[in-house]
Design a binder for this molecule. Structure first.
Ligand code: NDP
Ligand code: PYC
Length: 337
């Protein structure tokens, strides 16, 4: 069993901030990047918590992120905006674009924000959850690096290409889901490799295209999409709408741009926000209340809502702090030496 340590969320925040500062990231980027890492650890999303400080270190030391990037907002149309991240982390670009997206969605009923030229290491749920807490229905999509084979193939082409969705609910936490279109996020396979654990069949194939339970072999070969041709088509959709549609890179282009440095993906992200009041006007509250029947129907069968585990983890972490692998903590702490 891996030895663990318990940290308060303030200690996680302080740790992340100190590591990012020591790596040379600007104060302006450290804030939103550290908060995303704290949120991942707090909600027990291990593949996107402090573990990601290792990829930040890798990406920064390879010179693949602009340490003092200043995102540039372009107000392109009444319902469209674009933020050029200028090779910085996507978290700061989103912070710049979020108020504009919210204002445009409220004014037009629907609006889209394209983030360009950003480095992506994180989960997308913090972004759509924030939009749902502002009363909006939200979607987010981003390509990554070409690690995933299309259904029927065995060579990497797609990214792990997550799709996130959030729905505002009266008086309770938003309904949120956020998953890779690969069978699992790459970070999850990397954590299995670190822990020396086998992966389930169906997550990836080895470099010869054979099914494997060896995490390292799947990372060297190709990951697989979830749901066969269905996940594969959704993954292609993410490539299209968060790549060429917004003038940014595909996962294959991002991997080529990486030049073998094993840095985080760089490219675009598409975020769409819908104000329910745009369709529903005075009847908004009535129809949002009716939507609750769907959630009741899910729960009524003993099934659970996506995001329930996260919200429960959040409550636990706020009360008791988080437990992290001692080895992982120590590996990251070497950057403070
Ligand atoms: P999972 O396969 O674990 O799926 C996560 C989603 O499914 C969550 O919304 C989760 O809710 C929900 N869920 C899981 N089990 C159930 C269940 N039994 N019933 C109902 N809902 C369930 O995650 P992935 O490995 O696919 O992705 C993990 C993260 O990786 C995502 O946050 C994604 O954004 C991130 N990622 C980021 C990439 C990037 O390029 N930036 C690339 C790929 C992935 P809950 O959390 O409550 O369990
Ligand atoms: O886990 O697949 C992943 C991932 C890619 C970028 C951020 N997370």
């Amino acid at each position: 069993m891996d030895e663990t340590i318990t940290l308060s969320l303030d200690e996680v925040r302080d740790f992340a901030r100190r590591v990012l500062a020591r790596l040379g990231l600007s104060a302006r980027q450290i804030g939103p990047v550290a908060e995303t890492i704290v949120a991942g650890e707090r909600d027990e999303c291990g593949a996107h918590g402090i573990y990601r400080l290792l990829s930040c270190a890798q990406t920064i030391s390879a010179g693949k992120v602009a340490l003092d990037a200043a995102p540039m907002l372009h107000d392109t149309a009444p319902a469209l905006a674009r933020v050029d991240g200028n090779r910085g982390y996507a978290q700061l670009a989103f912070e710049v674009g979020r108020p504009v997206l919210i204002e445009k969605a409220r004014a037009c009923g629907i609006a889209a924000l394209g983030l360009n030229n950003c480095v992506h290491f994180a989960a997308l749920w913090p972004e759509v959850e924030a939009l749902a807490r502002a009363g909006l229905v939200a979607f987010a999509f981003t390509p990554s690096h070409a690690w995933v084979a299309p259904a029927g193939g065995a060579r990497p082409l797609f990214g792990t290409n997550p799709i996130a969705f959030a729905w505002p609910r009266p008086a309770v936490d938003p309904f949120v889901f956020d998953f890779a279109t690969s069978a699992v996020a790459r970070g999850e396979i990397e954590l299995h490799r670190r822990a020396g654990k086998p992966i389930p069949l169906g997550w990836g194939v080895d470099p010869e295209g054979q099914p494997t339970t060896d995490a390292a072999a799947a990372l060297a070969g190709a990951m697989l999409t979830f749901g066969g041709h269905k996940g594969s088509a959704l993954s292609a959709m993410v490539e299209l709408i968060a790549g060429p549609l917004i003038g940014d890179m595909t996962s294959a282009e991002s991997l080529a741009d990486d030049e073998g440095t094993r840095s985080s993906p760089r490219g675009g992200e598409l975020i769409i926000a819908i104000d329910p009041a745009g369709f529903l006007g005075a009847a908004t509250a009535e129809h949002l209340a009716r939507a609750e029947q769907i959630f009741d129907g899910i729960l009524g069968q003993g099934a659970r809502l996506p995001s329930r585990r996260r919200y429960e983890a959040r409550a636990r972490s706020l009360a008791n702090g988080v437990t992290v692998s001692r080895k992982l903590y120590d590996d990251i702490a070497t950057y403070l030496d």
